[in-house]
Write a protein that binds this ligand. Structure first.
Ligand SMILES: [Zn+2]
Length: 508
């Protein structure tokens, strides 16, 4: 009874069209016939002014989602969401906005929200009380650390150092944002402020956290007391750290505003050509959202151009995802393929995290994540791979690049921590071998910054011959990985190896 599928494969050419690792690459594969004008069509549509920067939660983002779904439907992909036979997965999001107004007085000094103070969490409040310095305002019973152990903060407004004990890095500061308010509230405080010390200009920080934010609605309760940052005068910081005897305070806030909303991931499934391997899925991803218009963009804009079109970031990657989807529809790889365009990347990898937590195909059957996303390019003779050397797929990448006369830039700009800045990390954290495929970039230089998250990132400025080559290499590399005899896996000692072993079982 095995004959039929084998015979079908032979007749359809499916088996012989697929290059094995030792075989020469078949130059009749669809990716060898890509057309730069057709690819440009996707790029220009997705980065059109009318999509207004595709911001998560905006109509432009929804139109992009509809477009991608329509393409997957046209290519013959099965809907990813079996529950409602649709190409969509709704990601429940909460939109959070700053208080309309807030103010805190400390002794003689007054700080207004949006001026030298920024409330980032917490409800409406109107409270008075002494101001007290509480070191880091941190409690970690396992580490035996409790800044409130010998400090009475009941009914008081707490001021703390930024970060957590032993770590004043950016990650630690953001961890503090989500945890310190409840630590202070449990100790009886009525408000908490951190001394601002992040390595960015205060203006940029206000733009980042002071506007509208989006988070996945995971049921986490909102902070019960106001929490914020103050950009104190340097001399006053020293005074505060000596102690705050005698300073009284008054805090008012109209409270953070929040509203529930949804945005959508878009995906389809293509069955693999090899019945023995078709229950294993290669997950191909690209984020289709960008940052929006005007002040939403976080960069310079003017009346003449206020739209952050995101042609490179990431209409470029989305175009490559669709190109691969189209090519695979004509000549499927051996393993099955999930094509998933994710939303919410720019707001914190929200769409990919949500999918990784709520997968529509079991993650243990998802054998690889091949993400396509980049900041831009400054070397059109190459492609970049962030995560090269970590999952055993280097040979397939090298062969695909060489087939189109390009070289591979392995792990560029290490100081930027790029692996952890795109959607691949959402899957890596679950153990799925993952990497980010990106346009050729040697370093974050002026060419990259000219367009990266700027209103200048327009489709007219994209090199379509390079877009074509990028799409070709992405597609062929994905095909070679999906056709391997054995499965990719994390290199021994990789930080995600243990997660991979627990996801797939230790037999790997
Ligand atoms: Zn991006």
């Amino acid at each position: 009874m095995k004959l039929l599928p084998v015979l079908f494969l032979l007749l359809s050419g499916g088996l012989w069209a697929q290059p094995q690792s030792a075989a020469a690459i078949d130059r009749t594969l669809p990716e060898f016939g890509f057309d730069r004008l057709e690819l440009g069509g996707d790029l220009f549509f997705l980065s059109s002014d009318y999509l207004a920067g595709r911001r998560t939660g905006s109509p432009g983002n929804e139109i992009a989602a509809e477009y991608i779904a329509a393409q997957l439907r046209a290519y013959g992909y099965a809907p990813l969401n079996a529950a409602d036979s649709s190409y969509f997965q709704t990601v429940p999001l909460r939109k959070i906005q700053s208080p309309v107004s807030a103010e805190v007085r400390i002794g003689e000094r007054t700080y207004a929200h949006g001026g030298d103070m920024l409330i980032v969490r917490g409800p409406e409040a109107d409270v008075s009380g002494p101001v007290v310095f509480a070191n880091y305002g941190w409690v970690d019973e396992e580490e035996g650390h409790n800044d409130y152990a010998n400090l009475d903060v009941r009914g008081k407004i707490v001021v703390t150092r930024p970060g957590i004990p032993g770590d004043q890095g950016q990650q630690a500061i953001f961890r503090g944002v989500s945890e310190k308010a409840e630590m202070a509230a449990s100790a009886g405080a009525v408000g908490i402020f951190e001394i601002y010390a992040l390595p960015y200009p205060w203006q940029g920080f206000k733009g980042f956290l002071g506007g509208e934010r989006m988070s996945v609605d995971d049921g986490t309760p909102a902070a019960t007391i106001p929490y914020g940052f103050i950009k104190f005068e340097d001399a006053f910081v020293a005074e505060l750290q000596q102690g705050t005897d005698g300073l009284d305070g008054h805090l008012t806030s109209t409270g953070m505003r929040s509203a529930d909303m949804g945005s959508r991931n878009v995906g389809g499934i293509l069955r693999g050509s090899d019945p023995e391997l078709a229950d294993q899925y290669m997950l191909m991803t690209a984020h289709f959202d960008h940052v929006g218009v005007g002040a939403q963009g976080g960069g310079y804009y003017s009346a003449a151009d206020s739209i952050f079109n995101g042609a490179r970031d990431n209409a470029f990657g989305t175009t490559s995802l669709l190109a691969a989807a189209r090519a695979f529809a004509h000549a499927p790889p051996r393993r099955s393929v999930i094509v998933l365009a994710v939303t919410g990347e720019e707001l914190g990898l929200l769409g990919s995290k949500y999918y990784a937590d709520h997968p529509l195909v079991p993650l243990e059957q998802t054998v690889f994540n091949f993400n396509t996303d980049g900041a831009g390019y400054n070397d059109t003779s190459a492609i970049s791979v962030i995560g090269m050397g970590r999952t055993g797929i280097d040979e397939q990448i090298e062969r695909a690049a060489a087939a189109f006369g390009a070289s591979v830039i392995a792990n560029p700009a290490p100081e930027q921590g790029l692996f952890d800045r795109s959607d691949n990390v959402s899957f890596a954290a679950k153990g799925v071998p993952a990497l980010n495929f990106a346009p050729g970039m040697t370093e974050f230089d002026d060419v990259i910054f000219k367009y990266y998250h700027q209103v200048t990132d327009n489709p007219e400025t994209v090199d379509l011959a390079y877009l074509k080559r990028y799409c070709q290499i992405y597609t062929l590399a994905a095909r070679l990985i999906a056709n391997r005899d054995d499965l990719p896996f994390w290199k021994e000692g990789d930080k995600y190896e243990a997660a991979g072993r627990s996801l797939y079982g230790t037999g790997k």
